[in-house]
Design a protein around this ligand. Sequence first.
Ligand SMILES: Cc1cc2nc3c(=O)[nH]c(=O)nc-3n(C[C@H](O)[C@H](O)[C@H](O)COP(=O)(O)OP(=O)(O)OC[C@H]3O[C@@H](n4cnc5c(N)ncnc54)[C@H](O)[C@@H]3O)c2cc1C
Length: 415
Amino acid sequence: MAQPQNIVVIGAGICGVSAAIWLRRAGHTVTLVDKDAPGAGASFGNAGLIAQWAIVPVNTPDLPKTALKYLINPRSPLFIQWGALPGMVPWLLKYLSNATDRGTRHMVDALAPILMDGIDQHHALTKGTSAAKWIASSSYSYVYENRAAFEKDKLSWDFKREAGLEPELIEGPSAREAEPILSPNLSCMAVLKGHGHILNPGAYIEDLAQVFAEEGGTYRKAEVRDFTLNEGKIAAVETDQGPMPCDHAVLAAGIWSKPLMRKLGLKVPLQAERGHHLHFKNPSQMPRNPMMLTRGKFAVNPMSSGLRCAGTVELGGIRKGLSQGPLNLIRRESRRAFPDLEFDDVEEWVGFRPSTPDSLPLIGEIGQTGVHAAFGHQHIGLTAGPKTGRIVADLISGKRPNIPLEPYAPLRFQR
Ligand SMILES: Cc1cc2nc3c(=O)[nH]c(=O)nc-3n(C[C@H](O)[C@H](O)[C@H](O)COP(=O)(O)OP(=O)(O)OC[C@H]3O[C@@H](n4cnc5c(N)ncnc54)[C@H](O)[C@@H]3O)c2cc1C
């Protein structure tokens, strides 16, 4: 084992808790610090999918055309807070500049290694612990109105097929036989077998934080405000509770990593893709497996505490709370897809996906500062968090992970 180090991990979402657990297992002294309780950020309310298949980013070559179509249709799943638009233009331009054939190929090739063994990574993280109970095996279906709508998604399926993700098509009345909750109007399911989901993402992160504590880690509730560097190398993480001296720090604060990178003198193009969920309590019906309602662009997950419908994209930053547009869309489309669904109550939630212009996270040491990035996982952080944490723990322990890390280079936006 490498020399034990004193390490502060900032942020107790899926990326932070995973890094903290793997660092602790490597024998380091680890403090996990969060301004809130574990799992208070995006990791709480996501759709809970271990989305091994999500290798195709949103910014593919057909995005400019689709986005224009969506923007003139108020019932589409893309929303913009227009007042925030001017501030987002530089990010949007960079984001669109990657929506080319070459850009998409690069993103798919770099997303696959951190996604496609997602279930194994969650199992490795939780093996023999109380958190293992939250991981379920399942199939995942993309649900379409009909075959023509499925065929319109050709670009995305071509990339998936190339990666060995071949869907089984279930059509006509068979779709409802496979998933009795579905409306007869939805007559085409593209099913991917052998995947998995989380039964309660909030409870999963809480249990992972507990596992970290049981394995000898320390949890501190404090807000990180700055870093103290000594000759360019981290000496302490500064918090509202005082300094936390360390040999290394891991920055895993999701969307809030952006202002903390500023403290290191670095400007990172990180934009919040706002996503919402409706969580139906005590539902009269549940799907047998998770699915994506492709018309509404949100996922549906039968969780232990109810039926969660989560997704849509709203651009507009992190200041505002819930937005009624996306919530209404989820409400309308879930009613349409599940006409017989009844429930006792519904929880509304908004969260912030931390997204970069090339849809790839930042993973690895930031220069030679001893501060290591583990953020920027857009729509796929729950899936890739455990592997990200393991990569960062390996790097700090002097081990070279066996995947190319250049695509995730933390300084790539500074060039
Ligand atoms: C609607 C929706 C659905 C999604 N569905 C899926 C899905 O099905 N599958 C999937 O893989 N991904 C999904 N995602 C994406 C996924 O949720 C995120 O990528 C992931 O949760 C990001 O995790 P994180 O650990 O980087 O950040 P977060 O979970 O946001 O955690 C960051 C933590 O840092 C803490 N923090 C921030 N600032 C400070 C500070 N200054 N000091 C101390 N602590 C601080 C916060 O309190 C927070 O706990 C979805 C996202 C949304 C919004």
